[in-house]
Design a protein around this ligand. Structure first.
Ligand code: ATP
Length: 382
């Protein structure tokens, strides 16, 4: 096992815009790091540079204490687990796992010991005689990982391993990968465009946009303290609401009314004109249920539409944004591949809420949790 260090990594294809632009990431020994971002953000290119399938234009790539910029893939001792698992269909599970050991010329005894040990860890010992075609997707994934384990690779690299699976299997496999990675303690870099995978699997998550690292943090930190508008909009489902806000003292004027925010938050947002407020759907409550009717953070809202999911209720509340905020929202929407933005508020209420379409309802917002972004730079000011 080993740490992986990326220092000021740049990748340019031809004279174009850099696909990866000055990215620095320290991945600790045994750590699980996710590279996430919308299509074209450079995450696969970054992974391919780590594994050695792509040249590095500039910067330094270290695995442990070895500089690997110019090392061939086979000399880096990394194991790439491909989306299609790259198993040999005509070989048994045993021979698939044994493959790298046979290539390395290890003795039959040694091969047998290592294959049996790995297959036990991966709970494949009962399937050693089967062919990949007769295995479930999850078992195939484990065979691919077994092949990496017997090689005693320094790190696992995954490129969107679950993207071809249906939602249920994807969930199961996600849990399985997380469990195995913890058990094996192998340094892992995992590429995905799916923020749920990023949040549930990663010790830390690197969010990328157009080749630039936006934030590298634990899932909780990303969720609770997104560094900028892009990260705030990318992480969370349903996504964070964005709406225009004017701050005067500790009073914030939002399209649906005014709320009070804590002083230290307010201080950092003074005198900056119209800001973009970011409020997650779950920061709202049905004021009747929360016993907050009449509080200074409760407002009356016209409920346009309601979705009841059993344990929670989504209510949709339209609002109007001034042109400069509207323009920023469109830009952000394009960055996020059209995901998540709208000029209506989505609020997540308790499933027991009786609020329905057409109501004028009392909604409470936990304004202390609200984020305020500078619409010009995207920076989170709070
Ligand atoms: P996706 O999720 O769609 O695979 P990604 O985030 O993995 O996207 P990359 O595949 O790393 O993105 O691509 C980053 C940028 O580099 C994109 O703009 C892409 O068009 C460009 N790019 C990737 N490979 C090449 C190549 N071989 N030649 C030229 N440009 C490339």
């Amino acid at each position: 096992m080993a740490a992986i260090t990326l220092k000021n990594i740049v990748k340019k294809y031809g004279d174009g815009f850099p696909a990866v632009n000055d990215v620095s990431i320290d991945i600790a020994d045994g750590e699980f790091v996710i590279l996430v971002g919308p299509s074209g953000c450079g995450k696969s290119t970054l992974l391919r540079m780590i594994v050695g399938l792509e040249d590095i234009t500039s910067g330094e790539m270290m695995i442990g204490d070895r500089k690997v910029n110019d090392l061939a893939p086979r000399d880096r001792n990394l194991a790439m687990v491909f989306q299609n698992y790259a198993l040999y269909p005509h070989l048994s599970v045993y021979e698939n796992i044994a493959f790298p050991l046979r290539l390395a010329g290890e003795s039959d005894d040694e091969v047998d010991r290592k294959v049996r040990e790995a297959s036990k860890t991966l709970e494949l010992d009962e399937h050693l005689d089967r062919k990949p075609g007769n295995l479930s997707g999850g078992q195939r994934q484990r065979v691919a990982m077994g092949r990496a384990i017997v090689r005693e690779a320094d790190a696992f690299l995954f490129d969107e391993p679950l993207s071809n699976l249906d939602a249920k299997l994807r969930g199961q496999m996600r849990t399985e990968i997380a469990r195995l990675q913890k058990r094996l303690g192998i340094t892992t870099v995992y590429v995905t465009h799916d923020q749920t995978e990023a949040m549930t699997l990663g010790d830390r998550v690197a969010v990328l946009k157009r080749g630039l690292l936006q934030q590298l943090a634990t899932p909780r930190e990303l969720y609770e303290n997104p560094g900028n508008l892009f990260v705030a909009g990318f992480i969370g489902s349903p996504p964070m609401n964005f709406l225009p806000a004017e701050v005067d003292g500790t009073t914030v004027t939002l399209p649906f009314g005014t709320v009070q925010i804590p002083e230290e938050k307010a201080e950092r947002a003074q005198g900056k004109g119209v800001l973009m407020a970011g409020i997650r759907p779950e920061y709202f409550e049905d004021a009747e249920i929360a016993d907050k009717v009449g509080s200074d953070s409760t407002f009356s809202a016209d409920i346009d539409f309601v979705e009841w999911l059993g344990n929670e209720t989504y209510a949709y509340i339209p609002f109007e944004a001034p042109p400069e905020v509207e323009a920023k929202m469109r830009e952000l929407e394009a960055d996020l591949d059209g995901e998540g933005l709208r000029t209506q508020l989505v609020v997540s209420l308790d499933g027991s809420s009786r609020i329905k379409e057409g109501d004028k309802a009392e909604i409470y917002v936990d304004a202390a949790k609200m984020h305020l972004f500078d619409p010009a730079t995207g920076e989170n000011l709070t």
